[in-house]
Write a protein that binds this ligand. Structure first.
Ligand code: F3S
Length: 397
């Protein structure tokens, strides 16, 4: 008997296995999660985003779990998928081995059988899964969670792969944390010194601080636009558990986010610059330039093309991976053509979830999140050179 959760008659029927084994397993996951976080009930969701797609992270055990679920249940809300371990059309050009690709294909097929759209992108909020303010969701992928909460004003906790999938199957999520107004209030004010332009490094510095929950940023450059916050979302979510932040005068819930007198932290330009410098483990030559973490939007693809236009690749220079979604690639084809003079514009995948460790040893990136993961054993084992978009692209020509 659950202690905290009030289950409806239908919830209980699912839990007792009256709607099949798959739905029962999904409900068991949600009930356990709800009890751990002392949720009062399950609430309906509008969509789900499922992470845990790359075969590199899933392995055979994960594949079997998904394939088993796919035998007797389906998702009941619109659901999209995070990036996989390879571009499903250009895996050979990436250098990915056939056996990895075949396993990856089996994963995608199992998810597709479950009724999930194989979008394989961490930015589905641009095109195929666009949440609206106030909607309840169950999304995995920390950068996307932070983006839809902070920039779009939708409501989701930071789900893991299994819980997002369970919610997609049941169509509900436990009601706690960021689903309620209280959990969305700012817990600390971050006063940013004038002149800080590297929002990814800013997010990485703040996100890595102890007990950071819902920061409220004050003092960002007045020209900052909502779309400029995407790298900060990824950095905050990779350095620590932050899944929502507010920016004074910019993000949709900032006006109501302050209550009481939260502590104030001052952060200087010099501190942010040091964080950026510390993200690099090499300043030498690199084998790969990897951008698109999170996946590039059509506007960002055009920005990259503008920088590379009329330039020629350096002989013996690094290779390029520019990661994006299939929809964004299609929308910005003219830009893609310019960029592909220098390397690959990849879909379905990214530098972190691909088997990059078998392909390159050193990578330059403009993403604090990618820099964070790529140096780690099991994620990339790379020497990393972190810099602005302009700086890492300049290594190519
Ligand atoms: Fe997306 Fe991969 Fe970065 S999933 S946020 S591009 S690590």
């Amino acid at each position: 008997m659950p202690k905290y959760m009030r289950l409806t008659k239908q919830d209980r029927a699912i839990l007792e296995g009256k709607e099949g084994h798959g739905r029962q397993r999904a409900m068991e996951i949600l009930e356990t999660l709800g009890e751990i976080f002392e949720a009062d009930r399950l609430i309906p969701i509008r969509s789900a985003q499922v992470s845990g797609v790359s075969y590199k992270n899933l392995s055979d055990a994960g594949l079997e779990f998904i394939a088993e679920l796919a035998q007797d249940c389906r998702v009941t809300v619109p659901t999209t998928l995070n990036p996989a371990g390879a571009d499903l059309e250009r895996w050979e050009e990436m250098g990915v081995k056939r056996d990895f690709f075949e396993k990856q294909t089996a994963v995608i097929e199992a998810y597709t059988t479950l009724g999930i759209k194989p979008s394989c992108s961490c930015t589905p909020y641009y095109d195929v899964n666009i949440p609206k303010k106030g909607q309840h969701l169950a999304w995995g992928e920390s950068s996307a969670v932070c983006y839809v909460n902070s920039v779009l004003g939708a409501r989701t906790n930071r789900e893991g792969g299994p819980s997002a999938l369970a919610s997609a199957i049941v169509g509900k999520t436990p009601n706690y944390g960021l689903h309620g107004d209280v959990g969305r209030k700012a817990t600390v004010i971050i006063e940013v010194e004038k002149g800080v332009t590297d929002l990814a490094a800013l997010g990485y510095n703040i996100g890595g601080r102890k007990d950071m929950k819902v920061p409220y940023f004050r003092g960002l450059d007045t020209g900052t636009r909502l779309e400029d916050l995407k790298p900060m979302c990824a950095a905050l979510g990779s350095a620590g558990p932050v899944a929502l932040f507010h920016v004074e005068g910019l993000t949709p819930e900032a006006g109501k986010a302050l209550k009481g007198n939260p502590d104030i932290i001052h952060i200087t330009k010099a501190e942010v610059e040091k964080t950026a410098a510390d993200l690099s483990t090499t300043h030498g030559t690199v084998e790969l330039v990897a951008i698109g973490c999170p996946h590039l939007s059509p506007a960002e693809l055009r920005q990259v093309a503008l920088i590379l236009k009329d330039k020629e690749p350096r002989p013996d220079g690094p290779k390029l991976w520019a990661c994006t979604s299939r929809a964004s690639r299609k929308e910005a084809m003219a830009a893609v053509k310019v960029i592909e003079h220098f390397g690959l514009v990849l879909c379905d995948t990214c530098m972190v979830v691909s088997p990059i460790e078998g392909l390159f040893h050193s990578t330059a990136t403009n993403s604090a999140k990618a820099a964070h993961y790529l140096v780690k054993d099991g994620y990339g084992n790379q020497q990393v050179r972190y810099g602005t978009l302009e700086a890492v692209l300049a290594l190519l020509y």
